[in-house]
Every structure is written in structure tokens, then in C-alpha cells.
Design a protein around this ligand. Sequence first.
Ligand SMILES: Cc1cc2nc3c(=O)[nH]c(=O)nc-3n(C[C@H](O)[C@H](O)[C@H](O)COP(=O)(O)OP(=O)(O)OC[C@H]3O[C@@H](n4cnc5c(N)ncnc54)[C@H](O)[C@@H]3O)c2cc1C
Length: 337
Amino acid sequence: MQIQELVDLKPFNTMAVAAKARYFTTIKTQTDVQEALAWATEHGVEPFVLGGGANLLITTEVLDRLVMRMAIEGLEVVGETDEVTYVKVGAGEDWHATVDRLITMGYAGLENLALIPGTVGASVVQNIGAYGTEVAQRVQEIEVFNPATDEVEAMRAQECDFAYRHSIFKDATHADLVVLSVTFALPKVWTPNLSYKELANQVEGLETVTARDVFEAVVAVRSRKLPDPKVLGSAGSFFKNPVVDHDQFLALLEKFPSIVHYDVGGGHQKLAAGWMIDQAGLKGHREGDAGTYEKQALVLVNHGEATGAELWRYAQMVKATVNAKFGVVLEPEPVIL
Ligand SMILES: Cc1cc2nc3c(=O)[nH]c(=O)nc-3n(C[C@H](O)[C@H](O)[C@H](O)COP(=O)(O)OP(=O)(O)OC[C@H]3O[C@@H](n4cnc5c(N)ncnc54)[C@H](O)[C@@H]3O)c2cc1C
């Protein structure tokens, strides 16, 4: 294991923020994880596991941590039942490439999550979701390194407290677990999930719809709506869609009859943060190099040289503007460092 100092993180975060890591190491094996964590303890430095940096905003010029860039590889079929095939994938594998590869190998089930940037390990941390699918639906087991016991432990999906953009790995009690691999349970009998109209429209006219068709449809729809991180820095959706109770929703509906909302049960409604930001007049707005994406107001973008602090200030402005108009508090989706 090699520790580097003051490494430029711009290539390692999709917001393209030019921050530096005080210490940096690349993780290729479980032993690397153990050695890096031991080094961090010995030097009194807090570790930080970095995947593809697609769900982060680094607000400081120098991140005073040991950045452990997850690069554990591997993909293998590890078992099957009559219903599913189990495929174990290394935490450092690229998410989109994995979905693509699995479909080529004949394993469907993750196609609705195509083109989400980042790594396989982080997919379960965030419980990534898109087009009516969440990764939690396909997770069988997660292998983690637990620094408290100095051991590798296997966690079943049911133990991970998966919810909308949430898992147990985000809780303070479990945040120090390092995901080493994820085993997916992929259905042998597959039916396409075309519950999203845009996706259904994209495959309209096809006689039979394959997982590859859905994969390509997702890529096409996403490419039209979301910025390519290689071209324009972003972390995808910057705010979570807020959930409000029945009374607050009725008051909002009276004032804003066209408010976009989804019933999430229990008398609660989920509101579309992007719609609210748009209504607040901020779609395509820009202050210096920090701005809101012109095609999707929920996405904050770095037009070039915005610093993390500038992007964070811009996010605060968006939050305050939406709060002033709707009385709704937006929470950031990415991890703020
Ligand atoms: C253009 C764009 C579109 C996006 N669209 C979507 C979308 O549709 N749906 C969606 O859900 N998300 C979306 N995202 C967000 C992002 O892609 C996901 O959150 C993704 O899972 C982040 O993966 P990452 O490897 O880059 O994680 P990072 O940003 O590197 O890390 C995120 C968090 O996970 C932790 N972490 C990472 N790897 C590990 C590990 N192995 N063990 C323990 N902790 C770990 C980190 O410490 C950090 O706290 C989008 C982002 C972009 C830029």
C-alpha cells in the first residue's frame, strides 16, 4: 500500500472540484483496506472511502483525510436457485460497465439503473434508484470490512435498512464499514419495468422488449436529460425530493395547484424538488461558474472553475429561495465534505 500526499481530486469527483487530498491511497484488496485503516489510526487521520466521486461535494481546498480510492475488482457467478442467479461484484467496479457486462452475459435486472455514475460499492451505500427500480431490490448480500472487529462480515439485504436513497451504511453507527463486494440476485424470469412513461415511449413499437433494449432506452433518455460528467461537472440530483405531511401538502396545493407530487402512503406526499427550483426561477441560472442545469433544475453544475465553497454557497441560495417561495426545506443528496 502506497500513501501519496496532496493529490489533486479533480479527476476523482464528478463535480470537478479542484480540491486536494492530504493523503491518498488506492485500494485493490482487503489487505489494502486493513493496512490503510491501520495507517490512518496510527497517524490520527480520519479515513474516507472514495468510489467514483459521483455523489460528493468537497467544499474545502484540502481534504484533511486519508482518501481510500476503492478499486477492488472482480465479477463472478457464485450460485443460483430456480429463480435467481447470484453474481458477486467487487466494490471498485464501475457501476454502468457492470450493468452492461451483466446484460451481455445474459443476466438482467439492473438495466433501469444504467448510466448512473460511480462504483458498485457505493450503489448500496446510496441505494441508487432510477426509473422505478432501486438497487436494494436486487441485492442478496454485502461483504464489508468492519474496523471494529477487524474482520470481514457478510450482511444480508434485510439487515441494511434500505430506503429512498438510504442504507444503514449512511448511519453514523455503520459509516465506518467498508463495502468490499456486493452479491446481486438476478431473476431468471425477467419482465421489463416500463412503469416510467418516458421509458415506455422509448421502446414503443418493439415487438419484444429485451433487457438490452431497456438498457439502451435508459441510456437514451438519461443522455437527453442529464449532463455527462465528462463534459459538465455535476453530482446528479443535488437535492432529495422532500416529503411533506397531508396538511402541509393541502396548503401547498391551494397556493400552487399545479405542484408536482407523488403519494408515498401514510398520508405523505413527495414533492418534486426540481419543479420547485424551476418555479423559483432558477433553472439554468448561474452565478460565476456555479449554476443550475438548463434542462433539469435539480442538477447543480460546475461550468468550469467553480470551487467547492462556491458550489455550496450556490446550493444554499437555491435552498433559501425555494424555502422562501414554498416553505419547504430542501436537503442535499450528495455527501458534503
Ligand atoms: C450525472 C449524474 C447522474 C446521477 N444519477 C443518479 C440516479 O439516477 N440515481 C441515483 O441514485 N444516483 C444518481 N447519481 C448519484 C451517484 O451516481 C450515485 O450516488 C453513486 O452511487 C455514487 O457512486 P460513487 O462510487 O461515485 O460514490 P462516491 O461519491 O465516491 O461516494 C459516495 C458515498 O459512498 C461512500 N462509499 C463509496 N464507496 C464505498 C465503499 N466501498 N464502502 C463504504 N462506503 C463507500 C463514500 O464514502 C461516500 O460517503 C448521479 C450522479 C451523477 C453525477
